[in-house]
Design a binder for this molecule. Sequence first.
Ligand code: C5P
Length: 314
Amino acid sequence: MQSYSLFAPAKINLHLEIIGDRTDGYHELVMIMQSVNLGDIIHLRANGTDEIRLFCQNPQVPLDDTNLAYKAVRLVQEKYPTLSRNYGGIDITIEKNIPVAAGLAGGSSNAAAVLVGLNLMWNLGLTQPELKDLGALLGSDVPFCISGGTAIATGRGEQIEPLPDLKNLWVILAKYSNISVSTGWAYNTYRELFNHEYISNPQEVKQRTHEIHSGNLVKAISKNDYKQIGALLYNDLEKVVLPEYSAVNELIEAFKSKNVLGAMMSGSGPTVFALCDKKEEAETIMEEVKESINDPNLDCWLTQVCPHGIMVNQ
Ligand code: C5P
């Protein structure tokens, strides 16, 4: 086929724990990731030229070689020059629904969709583990975005082990359009302030990872115990982002003052999410929080947990 459309879901982190430094300059993490139904649509089309051309209706999205979706095409061309040579250039149209620079892995999910799409379009014959290995070269969240659902992510965040799917959980996402947080800044600040808590001994790192595997949040996920999931949300990066961005902190508190299961910042922020088990309740809470904050820059979305990563639209 000459063209493909793919659904690229956003993600939230139910658990984000920074264990220590790595020799590659990244951080050793233990995370529990969750895809949500809010997603971008990525259209891939052979354009009959040698160029990679990007299109997006959102002016915040870069349309040059700094975009991860662009880098994904380049990576495939470099790794599989013979296979990709026959196919020439490609137009990538991104229908952007995921807020940009938000801690929701929008850019990573777009890159994941390009990898999955090119694999089909260019008959690369790559398996999912091979696609994930390629994805890890683009960004730590890309491998998770490929398979999605509910999963434990370790290492840099690129080592993925699936967990049982969560079902019917409603997720309110809230973000100030005038606030964005650099992921690099958040991690670097965390290193400056909290490196005394880091574990470096590989045995201890293994132990900590094991504790999460057999821990209460994973048990709660296996039982679809929403109340426990809400109570056990955890994100180390809140320790550096919330003191710097008081509006984000107030947003979390506004949700927590309502009847939500739990509320927390996603990834390096600044998006905040709140979990609810009933749709009507979630709708009411979203409106109430919007009204109480009363800031035209605050955008909210109601979505649901999603059991999959990149999906090819038929
Ligand atoms: O992997 P990715 O490019 O998405 O990461 C963005 C930035 O986040 C990195 O440059 C690094 O500063 C930080 N990071 C980190 N440790 C991780 C993942 C990301 O320090 N495991």
